[in-house]
Design a protein around this ligand. Structure first.
Ligand code: B1M
Length: 235
């Protein structure tokens, strides 16, 4: 046996705390199969899918993000990490959607034009589906027409937009302004999210709400849908 094989870490033999730290390392190194294995082990050990998602995957991606920002990691490495993260998310997706929650409403969601980041958006989609929403995912790099056409076609209650770049987040206002110009703004609940946004930005562009993370997106969507139903009942 070579030294390398000697040093191999057996994920299933690690204590849970060490396993999570090892998964952060494996995500950093873009090791897709190890991430899939780690996710499965945590689930077998009784972890809730949401905890696996946030504590093992999202926390690991935060470390990747910091080193990307600081010029320690570059695009190819980050892409590998993103692919490993997606592989882990694919295992969790059906479990998060398995709650049997009643249908809450319909959302179309997409990343805005010029922006190809989709992990956060995918996570929001997964969590919304898990909470009983029907989600139509428009993918990445969406021009204004894509949102407006899909919202009408799908008779959506909610239009969700994601942006991860300071250069693409202003495009959300382009979409909302077009909705206003077409007289359809108030037909939809408009929710926005993405790391560079904040509440003030959400207000300034005329969105109904800024959602800090996927869990907040679910709570906010539920809130607005309940208000919409109350208004309809009162009217
Ligand atoms: Co990009 N990238 N990237 N990148 N990338 C960031 C965003 C950056 C902050 C990194 C950094 O410098 N620290 C930086 C932006 C700086 C800025 O604008 N100020 C950056 C840059 C510069 C770039 C490029 C320009 C790099 C280059 O080419 N030189 C390039 C741009 C490409 C483009 O879009 N046109 C680029 C490319 C890439 C990759 C392709 C390599 C890859 C994307 C792969 C993919 O998504 N398929 C990538 C990644 C992975 C990142 C980081 C490291 C991680 C993003 C992520 O997935 N986070 C990111 C650094 C960071 O954010 N810390 C970075 C995990 C995810 C779960 O969180 O997306 O925030 P997040 O989503 C959260 C919330 O924000 C919220 O809920 C989610 C779940 O809780 N949320 C919503 C998100 N969308 C929502 C929508 C909603 C509601 C809530 O609607 C209702």
């Amino acid at each position: 046996m070579s030294d390398e094989e000697d040093d191999e870490i057996i994920l299933s033999e690690l204590e849970t705390e060490d396993l999570v730290l090892q998964m952060h390392d494996d995500l950093y190194d873009g090791l897709r199969e190890e991430i899939e294995e780690g996710v499965n082990i945590l689930l077998e050990r009784g972890w809730q899918p949401y905890d696996v998602l946030t504590k093992a995957l999202v926390a690991g991606m935060t470390i990747v993000g910091n080193d990307f920002r600081d010029g320690i990691l570059f695009v190819p490495e980050v892409l590998l990490a993103a692919n490993a993260m997606k592989a882990g998310m694919a295992i969790l997706k059906p479990l998060l959607a398995e709650t049997g929650a009643p249908r809450m409403g319909k959302m179309v969601i997409g990343t805005v034009k010029g922006d190809i980041h989709d992990i956060g958006k995918n996570l929001v989609s997964m969590m919304m589906e898990g909470a009983g929403f029907e989600v139509v995912d428009l993918g990445i790099n969406n021009p204004v027409e894509a949102y407006i056409e899909a919202a009408a076609r799908e008779e959506a209650d909610i239009v969700g937009m994601s942006a991860l770049l300071t250069t693409t987040m202003p495009y959300m206002k382009v979409v909302i302004d077009a909705m206003v110009a077409q007289g359809i703004r108030d037909d939809y609940i408009v929710l926005v999210g993405g790391a560079p946004l904040n509440e003030e930005f959400g207000r300034a562009i005329g969105a109904d709400a800024y959602c800090r993370d996927a869990a907040v997106a679910v709570e906010t969507a539920k809130d607005f849908i309940a208000r919409k139903h109350n208004q309809m009942a009162a009217g």
